[in-house]
Design a protein around this ligand. Structure first.
Ligand code: FDA
Length: 333
């Protein structure tokens, strides 16, 4: 059942029509639990509040499924505006982005030009830019473009996913690059990725330990308290300086733990997504954890005093309808 639910939501996250339409809907289905706002001005307050508690942030102006140069150019302009805002408002904050958002699937040189413009603007204010890692089909391209960009820029890094067999080998080539380590959010085949959670977790810990023993800054991005505790212990035993790493979590997840880690004196960074292109991101979060679905369903169906709402029944009906359609499509495939 868990795999079925995961496949269902990953399937929805990849659906181009739903992604395109969701941009027009505004936040629905409880997406505002995990997506902080619709534009940069609506998230400045969220960042400032976290900064006040010693938590830094990374902002992601959501964007996926871009197959048109004008949309990619718009995404670049939005990111440039975000960089100006980070500087103007003196936010303790860096940038996260996806290269498909900037045209990686359209024209690689065009994407590199967009990235160069962004990195030049960010470097002016000493702002770091992290390239999120997407599906495996983009993995090598992302690393190739990163290598090119690093000839001219030092304020850029990327993400490695521990579900991939090759991750530990890739750490060697990327040992001088600031990295975020994650388990991996997409559905990948057994030719390239571990399918078993224990293997993914073990590989995550192994990759983190290798990095912690190195000299380059690492972001350990997980909500898994078992792993966080194990790595805290490892860092202590090996005298890893606290300035060599940070923990990262997503906005809306385990908020108390986020504050707690910062209070304990660990560097902590919250990943804050915003924008109208929320659907794919939100569906991947539902895929990761069935409890997230319960959480948003409760908010969707019930008022604060536990009375059943009416209009959200339509949203619930829509989800059930989507599930039925997905099952029919799967059978046909
Ligand atoms: P996982 O879902 O494996 O859960 C493990 C255990 O942790 C659970 O069994 C439970 O005990 C506990 N737990 C987890 N979440 C909890 C919660 N909300 N409440 C209570 N307990 C909880 N992926 C990608 O492919 N490319 C990318 O660029 C990124 N970027 C990224 C940035 C950041 C900051 C984060 C945190 C994550 C990503 N990811 C990502 C997503 C990542 O790959 C992964 O899918 C999710 O983080 C889920 O895996 P976890 O390690 O968080 O816990």
């Amino acid at each position: 059942m868990a795999n079925l639910t995961r496949d269902f939501f990953i399937g929805l996250s990849n659906n181009k029509i739903l992604n395109a339409n969701a941009k027009k809907w505004g936040f629905k289905l409880g997406a505002d639990k995990f997506v902080a706002g619709t534009d940069i001005n609506s998230v400045v307050g969220v960042v400032k509040e976290l900064n006040k508690h010693g938590i830094s942030c990374t902002l992601d102006n959501l964007g996926e499924f871009i197959f048109d140069k004008s949309e990619a150019a718009q995404a670049k302009d939005d990111i440039l505006e975000m960089i100006e805002k980070i500087h103007e408002e003196k936010l303790d904050c860096h940038v996260s982005l996806k290269m498909t958002q900037l045209g990686l699937d359209i024209d690689q040189d065009f994407c590199i030009n967009n990235m160069s413009e962004i990195l030049t603007a960010a470097a002016k204010y000493d702002i770091f830019v992290n390239i999120d890692m997407e599906k495996y089909e983009h993995y090598q391209k992302t690393l190739d473009v990163l290598a090119l960009l690093r000839k001219d820029f030092t304020n850029v890094g990327t993400v490695l996913q521990s579900y991939l067999y090759r991750t530990v080998d890739d750490l060697e080539d990327l040992k001088d690059v600031r990295l975020r380590l994650v388990k991996g959010a997409y559905k990948e085949s057994e030719e390239v990725a571990f399918q078993n959670q224990e293997e993914i977790d073990a590989n995550f810990i192994k990759a983190c330990e290798i990095r912690l023993l190195g000299d380059t800054f690492t972001s350990i991005a997980t909500h898994d308290h078992h792993i966080i505790n194990e790595l805290k212990q490892f860092a202590k035993e090996n005298n890893v300086p606290k300035d060599n790493f940070e923990f990262q979590m997503l906005y809306g997840f385990r908020t108390e733990m986020q504050y707690g880690l910062a209070e304990e004196g660990y560097n902590f960074c919250t990943y804050i997504p915003f924008g109208n292109d929320w659907f794919g991101y939100f569906m991947r979060r539902l895929a990761e954890r069935p409890q997230n679905l319960q959480l948003v369903m409760k908010d969707t169906f019930y008022t604060k005093d536990n009375k059943l709402k009416k209009s959200p029944l339509i949203a619930g009906g829509a989800l059930i309808g989507l599930f039925a359609l997905w099952r029919i499509k799967k059978k046909k495939d």
